[in-house]
Write a protein that binds this ligand. Structure first.
Ligand SMILES: CCCCCCCCCCCCCCCC(=O)SCCNC(=O)CCNC(=O)[C@H](O)C(C)(C)COP(=O)(O)OP(=O)(O)OC[C@H]1O[C@@H](n2cnc3c(N)ncnc32)[C@H](O)[C@@H]1OP(=O)(O)O
Length: 165
């Protein structure tokens, strides 16, 4: 459970694998903003099992990728993942809560360099991640999703588009 007093950020959309509350197969992340950082508190469960008792690396990667997608609220840009690197520093036990925190490291034109870390409630950093997101415009999505779904994804967000909306 996240601390109260931080701004809760809306999911990317209801069915999002990372944060959609209506996706039963998803991680259903609840994400908060703390200044220029975003964070989520997550305990991987049996759906995310890799080795017995441990979280699957793909689930950890998905959590980091989706959390990076919330840094876009801070940056106020629309962007997508071009590269994602996860360093698995220690096994992540199922059921143990980790706080994953992400932020912009620096920006270079359309390139957003992002970084994240997952720290257990025992204080152990078990994974870190770096990503390169590339700023895109809304056409990136409208070429694929239905007009209704794409419109819904962006109208619910207090996000300025590159066109200045
Ligand atoms: C606030 C919330 C709002 C709501 C919502 C927001 C968004 C909505 C999120 C939905 C949820 C998110 C969830 C998590 C985030 C995903 O998971 S996003 C999904 C996974 N990612 C993708 O599907 C992206 C697929 N890739 C692509 O579509 C294209 O490769 C890209 C990323 C759009 C880039 O293509 P492009 O526009 O043709 O760009 P390109 O010219 O190749 O490169 C752009 C620049 O980056 C440089 N570059 C490219 N690759 C590299 C590299 N590896 N290293 C260094 N430089 C590089 C290029 O050199 C170029 O530099 P400049 O010439 O501009 O100086």
């Amino acid at each position: 459970m996240a601390d109260s007093g931080f701004a809760s950020l809306p999911p990317h959309h209801p069915q999002c694998l990372g944060c959609g509350p209506d996706n039963p197969a998803g991680l259903q992340l609840s994400v908060y903003r703390d200044g220029d950082e975003v964070f989520t508190d997550l305990a991987f469960d049996a759906r995310h099992r890799g080795a017995p008792g441990l979280a699957h690396g793909g689930a950890i990667s998905a959590a980091c990728d989706d959390l990076f997608g919330f840094v876009l609220y801070v940056v106020e840009e629309i962007a997508v993942t071009r590269t994602l690197t996860v360093e698995y520093r220690a096994p992540v036990p199922l059921g143990q809560r980790h706080r994953i925190t992400a932020r912009l490291h620096h920006r270079d034109g359309r390139r957003l360099h992002l970084e994240a870390a997952g720290v257990g409630d025992d204080g152990v950093t078990r994974f870190t991640a770096q990503a390169l997101f590339i700023v895109v415009d809304i056409d990136h999505f409208s070429d694929h999703g239905t007009e209704h779904d794409v419109h819904a994804m962006f109208t619910q967000h207090p996000l300025r588009t590159r066109e200045g909306g």
